[in-house]
Design a protein around this ligand. Structure first.
Ligand code: 5RP
Length: 292
């Protein structure tokens, strides 16, 4: 029973100051519930509005790849410079210290491997209870628009969005590009918008020409994947171009953990994404920071 002694009636109700309906800083999120917004604020930095995701979920489709031979050794030095850890549940549980302040983007779809020609068939593999149990900030679902398995992957996405909205967990719709698809502005204008209209709270895609149009046509934030390893300077230019054309962040894997100096690389990426540095400035930082 609350203590009934000493109760003091309210005094100052600021009657001349209307309550302000503050817009939430994440694109397209104003009507989301509090919990969804709280998770999004762990993904996107409220000051910069941007995010640096470290992707190391590659094992779900390609096993032990170069730069991720040992998750327990390769990842921790990089994770501390990321805002978000994009990972599988197996990697997190076995190799990542839960005592960290990073948001998690949990890979919840899967079902194909690089051992097969066509990798576009995926199913939802991780249930919502597991996502809640692992305290994730968002759930990542691969979408292969234009592939023979597009319907299945879009069903996966919608199922995840239905559950994510129920539990207040954002869904990251990942626009995958199968072998028979071209990375053209027309393709991405179609695929990115479809994923967003199906309710994804964040869309991950690749950088392409006319990227500003893809950003403008997408009602939620876009995060850009790095793709296959390219020279560090080019990867920083990719990040710079994406951010300068409206991307809300990057989700890089191979261009970080396969860099000559991965720790220096993710720090250089942060300079572009959060500190507004140019690719040239960030590359200069990279050269000065990397260990010979
Ligand atoms: C791996 C993935 C990765 O999350 C995504 O492609 C980002 O990693 P990278 O920058 O290496 O492409 O989906 O299958």
């Amino acid at each position: 029973m609350a203590d009934q002694d000493g109760i003091q009636a309210g005094k100052n109700f600021y009657v001349d100051q209307a309550q302000e309906n503050k817009g939430f800083f994440v694109k397209g999120s104003n009507v989301y519930d509090w919990g969804m917004k709280h998770r999004l604020s762990r993904i996107f930095n409220p000051k910069s509005g941007h995010t640096v995701m470290l992707a190391f979920d590659h094992g779900y489709i390609m096993g032990a790849t170069s730069g991720l031979e040992r998750l327990d050794i390769n990842v921790p030095p990089l994770a501390k410079h990321a805002d978000v850890l994009m990972a599988t549940r197996g990697a997190l549980r076995t190799s990542i210290d839960p005592c960290n302040d990073k948001a998690v983007a949990l890979r919840i779809s899967g079902g194909s491997s690089v051992l097969r020609e066509d990798m576009t068939l995926e199913y939802l593999m991780v249930d919502i209870q597991e996502a809640v149990r692992m305290d994730v900030a968002c759930m990542a679902v691969q979408c292969y628009v234009g592939s023979k398995n597009e319907a299945q992957t879009l069903k996966n996405l919608n199922t995840a969005v239905n559950l994510g909205n129920q539990y207040g967990i954002p869904v990251l719709g990942v626009v995958g590009v199968g072998k028979e698809m071209e990375r053209t502005p027309r393709y991405f204008l179609t695929a990115v918008r479809m994923v967003a209209e199906m309710g994804a709270h964040i869309v991950k895609t690749y950088y392409c020409d006319d990227f500003e149009k893809i950003v403008a046509a997408c009602p939620v934030p876009i995060v850009v994947a790095g793709g296959k390893k390219i020279p560090e300077k080019d990867a920083l230019e990719l990040a710079y171009n994406a951010i300068s054309k409206g991307a809300a962040g990057v989700d890089m894997g191979r261009n970080v953990f396969q860099a000559e100096d991965p720790v220096a690389m993710i720090q250089a990426i942060r300079k572009v994404v959060h500190e507004g540095e140019t690719a040239e400035e960030a590359y200069k930082f990279y050269l000065e920071t990397k260990e010979d």
